[in-house]
Design a protein around this ligand. Structure first.
Ligand code: ATP
Length: 234
């Protein structure tokens, strides 16, 4: 579904990503892991088209999308839930969800998508008229995920959905990711929560200083001595 080959990305003169290659197959959950500043957000922002790619290629379902505008990528089914949720705090919960179906194709499915989201997150239904900025952190993350689902993703990219949330809420978020994948959506998950992400994932890619270091099956990476030492404190 997604194939990235030898991607280089710069901020101004500074090269951040070097020859990043990764792939996500249809139906998979793939995690992109690594410590602070490793280049995970830069990678997914390049995939979504928010950042330009200096070199290399990005293909979605076999089509080169390097020069495709971000909103067109969304209509092609490539949807990102950004780090830090980025909900619209002064709009209501319902208005935030509607913003997820702003584009033409998602808009034509708005009613149906809304039913899916509100049954997945009953709390959003009870709070539908409340200003989004007054929700708890976990509820805001659920709203951000719900808004993403309103865009009718084929490939959903979640950038650190567990960031800053209490462990019990993190469990809920990971359950939701599993459920969305079970409903047929392919997932690329950026996480610092390495054990939980790998336990959920078919495969993982580990970034170090702008490059992909290790990659492999989720359970093999969990057992890898380098991963254990760096991320699990073992
Ligand atoms: P985090 O989990 O902290 O977000 P990350 O792995 O997602 O980490 P990135 O946010 O992709 O890392 O950052 C990769 C590198 O790019 C870091 O060295 C960071 O300082 C740098 N960087 C990020 N954003 C910018 C920017 N707007 N301008 C210049 N450099 C940036």
């Amino acid at each position: 579904m997604l194939k990235i080959d030898n991607m280089d990305v710069f901020y101004g003169q500074v090269q951040i990503l070097r020859q990043v290659s990764l792939d996500v197959k249809e139906g998979e959950i793939v995690s992109l892991l690594g410590s602070n500043g490793a280049g995970k957000t830069t990678t997914v922002n390049a995939i979504s088209g928010i950042l330009p790619v200096a070199k290399g290629s990005i293909q979605l379902s076999g089509q080169e999308i390097n020069k495709v505008e971000p909103h067109v990528r969304v209509e092609m089914g490539l949807v990102q839930i950004p780090e830090g949720r980025k909900i619209f705090p002064t709009l209501s919960v319902m208005e935030n969800l509607e913003m997820g179906s702003y584009l033409k194709v998602p808009k034509s499915f708005r009613k149906e998508s809304l039913e899916i989201v509100l049954s997945m997150f009953p709390v959003l239904k009870t709070r539908k008229n409340q200003l989004a900025g007054t929700l708890s952190g976990g509820e805001q993350q659920m709203l951000a995920i719900g808004r993403g689902i309103m865009s009718r993703p084929k490939l959903l990219i979640l950038d650190e959905p567990s960031l800053g949330l209490a462990p019990i809420i993190v469990d809920d978020i990971f359950d939701v990711i599993r459920k969305i994948n079970g409903d047929g959506v392919t997932i690329l998950l950026v996480e610092q929560n390495v054990p939980q992400a790998l336990a959920l994932s078919d495969r993982g890619f580990v970034m170090e200083e702008g490059r992909i270091g290790l990659s492999g099956k989720g359970k093999n990476l969990l057992a890898d001595p380098h991963i254990k030492k760096l991320y699990l404190g073992l």
